[in-house]
Design a protein around this ligand. Structure first.
Ligand SMILES: [Zn+2]
Length: 314
């Protein structure tokens, strides 16, 4: 059995917002081994079903207790004793997937459930030198879409991970397509368990960070200098929080952290404006000038990032 393709199918169960119980035959038709998945915590035993497909005809047979036994009662064929196997059903459980994402992305803050079984605020993590809040949703293309979108924040730095298929047009709220990732592209299932792969996210964020200018944002979008200042402030704060988180992670893993400062050219490219506009926006406002100075200094950036971290925890 190919672990990965069965795991891909399992993650696609999260295309639907509701838990549906499945028996061995249904799971095995998706190449999913109920025994292995139950051991990994991805399947939980469901209660005995109230009806099953009749063994001999295509009717549904009710499951009822009868003389200390459980029997099936088909409207056509009458009473019969079902096989033990027919009564064992499982429900998908995504908790281990969510926990692995939390660990794999080295999140801080506790995961918060925003809609039971459907939407979570996973936590905050440092990615590509920035601090990002990650949300996780299932059933994004389902009839729960408007409930999900309503709970998502309007800021432009958070990321959304979805189970199964990416959101169809207009279904990701204020999240641009480049902030949304399918969990299928971020996780694999190997012999030793789950692996989380941050690369697709880091690569996309590197592009957004201004290694390359964004084609969709032409000059003029932030021509109002106040709007540009606000964006610069958010980005500088995210950057410094990222410096703090990344340095902590490096120290914890025994590696040496190398500070890379954020340049005004990078800021200009990220917002699709000229470096002169960024320079004017920063230098004509004492607050922003101070913030930028901090962001360029490894110690000051780390300390500021730490104070942001403390603030988000309370
Ligand atoms: Zn029957």
């Amino acid at each position: 059995m190919n672990n990965q393709s069965s795991f891909d199918r399992f993650l696609h169960y999260g295309d639907y917002p509701d838990d549906s119980d499945m028996n061995r035959q249904m799971l095995e038709s998706d190449s999913i081994s109920p025994d292995l998945y139950e051991k990994m915590g991805l399947l939980k035993r469901a209660p005995i079903p109230s009806s099953i497909e009749c063994q001999t005809c295509d009717q549904y047979a009710s499951i009822v207790p009868w003389n200390n036994k459980i029997i099936a009662f088909c409207p056509c064929c009458g009473r019969y004793e079902p096989l033990e196997e027919e009564l064992i059903w499982w429900t998908p459980c995504f908790a281990p997937v969510i926990q692995s994402l939390y660990d794999g992305f080295c999140c801080s803050e506790e995961t918060e459930c925003l809609i039971s079984g459907i939407l979570w605020k996973l936590g905050r993590c440092a990615l590509a030198g920035q601090s990002r809040v990650i949300y996780v949703a299932r059933g994004i293309n389902s009839n729960k879409n408007s409930d999900i979108v309503e709970k998502l924040p309007e800021n432009r730095t958070s990321l959304l991970f979805v189970f199964g298929s990416l959101p169809q047009n207009g279904k990701s709220g204020t999240f641009d397509a480049d902030k949304v990732f399918s969990i299928n592209s971020l996780m694999t299932l190997g012999e030793a368990g789950f692996n989380v792969n941050k690369d697709p996210v880091v690569q996309t964020l590197d592009l957004l960070n201004g290694t390359h200018p964004r084609a969709v944002r032409g000059p003029g979008k932030y021509s109002k200098i106040g709007g540009l200042r606000e964006k610069i402030q958010i980005m500088l704060e995210d950057f410094m929080h990222g410096v703090y988180c990344e340095k902590e992670q490096y120290l914890n893993s025994g590696h040496e952290y190398v500070f890379k400062k954020i340049t005004q050219v990078q800021l200009a490219e990220a917002f699709g404006v000229t470096p002169t506009m960024v320079n004017n926006a920063i230098n004509k406002k004492a607050f922003l000038k101070g913030l930028y100075k901090r962001a360029c200094d490894p110690v000051a950036a780390y300390n500021y990032g730490r104070s942001l971290e403390k603030k988000t925890l309370h």
